[in-house]
Design a protein around this ligand. Structure first.
Ligand SMILES: [Zn+2]
Length: 211
C-alpha cells in the first residue's frame, strides 16, 4: 500500500456542483444518492454512496459509465450490469463507499451510436473495430470531472473498484490518492467473453481470466 499524502485535489478548481442529495433504498441496501451537474457542459452525474465520507479513510469508490443495455436490460454482451451490482454489494458490506455514475453511454458515443456499433458486431466486428468503423475513438470517455466529484463528496484516499487503468490514472491526475485497486471480475457469460477478451487485448484492461 502506498502511503497517504496531502490531498492535492484541494488545489484544483472544481467544474462540477452538487445540486441535491436524497435517500435511496435499494434491493442491495440503503444508500444515499446525490445529483451533480457540470459547470462547463450539459453533463449530469449521479453519485450513489453510503457511510461517512472522510478524506483520510481509504474508501471504496467506482466510476461507472452508464450502460443502458447492461445496467437496465441485463445484456450479457458486456459485464457492466454485474460490475455495478458487485460494486454496490461491496459498499453495502463495508458500510461505506461511493459510485459516480457518469452518463457517457457506449464509451462516450451515445446509446443510438452504440446500437449502430452492435449492428456491426452482429456482422463480425469486435467492439473496438466497430467504434472505429463508425469514426469514433475506441474510448471517448473522460473521467476528470468524476474524480472531482469524489473530492467534492469529501474523499481523498480511495480504493478504486475498476479493471480500467485509464480510470485509475484519471483519479490520480485529479489529485486523489489511489491506495489500492480492487478488481471487479465477474463471471462472464459465454457471449461476453469475446467482448472481455477485446477489452483485455486491445484496451489494456487488467483482467486475469484465461481464454
Ligand atoms: Zn455495458
Amino acid at each position: 500500500m502506498k502511503k497517504s499524502t496531502e490531498c492535492k485535489a484541494s488545489l484544483l478548481e472544481l467544474t462540477v456542483e452538487r445540486v441535491a442529495t436524497a435517500n435511496l433504498p435499494t434491493e442491495i441496501g440503503d444508500f444515499r444518492v446525490a445529483g451533480y451537474r457540470s459547470l462547463i457542459s450539459e453533463e449530469e452525474f449521479v453519485v450513489l454512496f453510503k457511510g461517512k465520507m472522510d478524506r483520510r479513510h481509504p474508501t471504496l469508490v467506482r466510476i461507472h459509465s452508464q450502460c443502458l443495455t447492461g445496467d437496465v436490460f441485463g445484456s450479457v454482451k458486456c459485464d457492466c450490469g454485474p460490475q455495478l451490482q458487485m460494486a454496490m454489494k461491496k459498499i453495502e458490506t463495508e458500510g461505506r463507499g461511493a459510485i459516480v455514475y457518469q452518463q457517457q453511454e457506449g464509451r462516450g458515443i451515445g446509446i443510438v451510436n452504440k446500437i449502430r456499433a452492435y449492428a456491426l458486431q452482429d456482422e463480425g466486428a469486435d467492439t473496438v473495430e466497430a467504434n472505429e468503423k463508425l469514426g469514433f475513438a475506441a474510448d471517448a470517455r473522460e473521467y476528470k470531472q468524476c474524480a472531482q466529484i469524489l473530492f467534492d463528496m469529501g474523499l481523498c484516499d480511495v480504493r478504486v473498484m475498476s479493471n480500467n487503468p485509464k480510470k485509475i490514472a484519471a483519479i490520480e491526475e485529479a489529485g486523489l490518492n489511489v491506495l489500492e485497486r480492487v478488481s471487479l471480475e465477474v463471471d462472464a457469460e459465454e457471449s461476453a467473453s469475446r467482448y472481455l477478451r477485446t477489452k483485455k487485448e486491445k484496451m489494456g484492461h487488467l483482467l486475469e481470466f484465461e481464454d
